[in-house]
Write a protein that binds this ligand. Structure first.
Ligand SMILES: NC(=O)c1ccc[n+]([C@@H]2O[C@H](COP(=O)([O-])OP(=O)(O)OC[C@H]3O[C@@H](n4cnc5c(N)ncnc54)[C@H](OP(=O)(O)O)[C@@H]3O)[C@@H](O)[C@H]2O)c1
Ligand SMILES: [Zn+2]
Ligand SMILES: [Zn+2]
Length: 359
């Protein structure tokens, strides 16, 4: 362990809008009194990581080390840490800091704090750029670390820290979690497939709305969805008009949303959690006629993220993952862009990330 100048860390960074990853060395702060330091074992690849690597959303500063579905083993704790001890399993999701005193923080809604610090692409309290989980170790204030249930597998559970929480949080907030609610899930990718699993565990009726006819069998037989609509098939879409109590839209690219509003019953809600990089087109009069709501949602706060992880452990929910070595990351990003993953890539950091030889 280095002294006050920081601890040498290594990982993978994208350095320009090509989004190509290469080895990268940087420093993290020494373990502070409220900090937990951990060896990263697994990190999921969220589509937001791809948006960030290529600066799709216009907020990237390079080099960027993404990754916000991070799990590992605690290697060091500060003197005031109470939630963790060395050797414990730990998780970190989309953010690593917030003011801890504003209205949002007081209500356990840290992602909405104006001073929220993202796990990557923010400046941390120590003045250093935050760098995510595509790296050998992390250091984080214990408040922002999730206690990992022994029962929940690390690699398959990691994606729940972002993907899982991003679908769970709006189901709770928008009243879409009551048994019997008919929920549509648009886009069967990383978020969408865990959305189906959480919704089924809550007793909901789930219709998947997808562009990929070839996902139908898995959606129904493996993930447990009740029905499947191909969004480009106007006959199927027509037949389902006015049937849904709510929709979670997880699509990562620009797509038509008015046909989705058509699927909703009056007074129902379309909640968009995907982050297309260009505006979606909304025509208001058909919404007015059914008093339909367009909502959005970020990931949940720390209390809710812990709830998601504990719920997953209790109901045996994990993501369906493709575990990959770190040198596959560029290929994985190409495949993610094409929707060619069932359903989340997870980097096997612990076994495959080694420091690049120093020259
Ligand atoms: N709100 C938040 O806090 C939050 C948190 C995490 C992620 N996100 C965002 O959520 C989005 C999804 O993330 P993810 O990791 O789940 O991505 P993903 O695994 O790539 O899944 C996205 C799915 O969207 C569908 N899709 C892709 N392009 C489409 C198009 N042009 N038209 C219609 N459907 C299309 C595909 O499903 P089908 O093959 O079934 O059509 C694809 O599998 C990303 O934009 C990400 O940045 C937001
Ligand atoms: Zn994410
Ligand atoms: Zn705050």
């Amino acid at each position: 362990m280095a002294g006050g100048n920081g601890v040498k860390t290594f990982g993978l960074a994208a350095r320009d809008t090509s989004g190509v990853f290469s080895p990268f060395e940087f420093t993290r702060r020494p373990t502070g009194e409220e900090d937990v330091r951990f060896k990263v074992l697994y990190c999921g690849i969220c589509h937001t990581d791809l948006h960030a690597a290529r600066d799709d959303l216009g907020w990237t500063t390079y080099p960027v080390v993404p990754g916000h579905e991070i799990v590992g083993h605690v290697t060091e704790v500060g003197s005031k840490v109470t939630k963790f001890k060395v050797g414990d399993k730990v998780g970190v999701g989309c953010f690593v800091g917030s003011c801890r005193s504003c209205e949002q923080c007081s209500n356990n809604l840290e992602p909405y704090c104006p001073k929220m610090i993202m796990t990557y692409l923010s400046i941390d309290e120590d003045g250093l750029p935050t760098r995510g989980g595509y790296s050998n170790e992390m250091v984080v204030n214990e408040h922002f670390a999730i206690v990992w249930p022994n029962k929940l597998p690390l690699a398959g559970g990691a994606p729940l820290l972002c993907a899982g929480c991003t679908v769970y949080s709006p189901m709770m907030y928008y009243g879409l979690s009551k048994p019997g609610t008919h929920l549509g899930i648009v886009g069967l990718g990383g978020l969408g497939h865990v959305g189906v699993k959480f919704a089924k565990a809550m007793g909901l009726k789930v219709t998947v709305i997808s562009t990929s006819q070839n996902k139908k069998e898995e959606a129904i037989n493996r993930l447990g969805a009740d029905s499947f609509l191909v969004s480009t098939d106007s006959e199927q879409m027509q037949a389902a008009i006015g049937t849904l109590d709510g929709i979670l839209d997880t699509v990562s690219a620009v797509h038509p949303i008015m046909p989705l509003f058509g699927l909703l019953k009056p007074h129902a809600k379309l909640i968009v959690v995907g982050a297309p990089n260009k505006p979606l087109e909304v025509h208001i009069p058909p919404l007015i006629m059914g008093r339909k709501l367009l909502g959005t949602s970020a990931v949940g706060g720390i209390k809710e993220t812990q709830e998601v992880i504990d719920f997953a452990a209790k109901h045996n929910i994990t993501a369906d993952i493709e575990l990959i070595p770190v040198d596959y990351v560029n290929k994985a990003m190409e495949r993610l862009e094409k929707g060619d993953v069932r359903y989340r890539f997870v980097l096997d950091i612990g076994n495959t990330l080694v420091a690049a030889p120093t020259t």
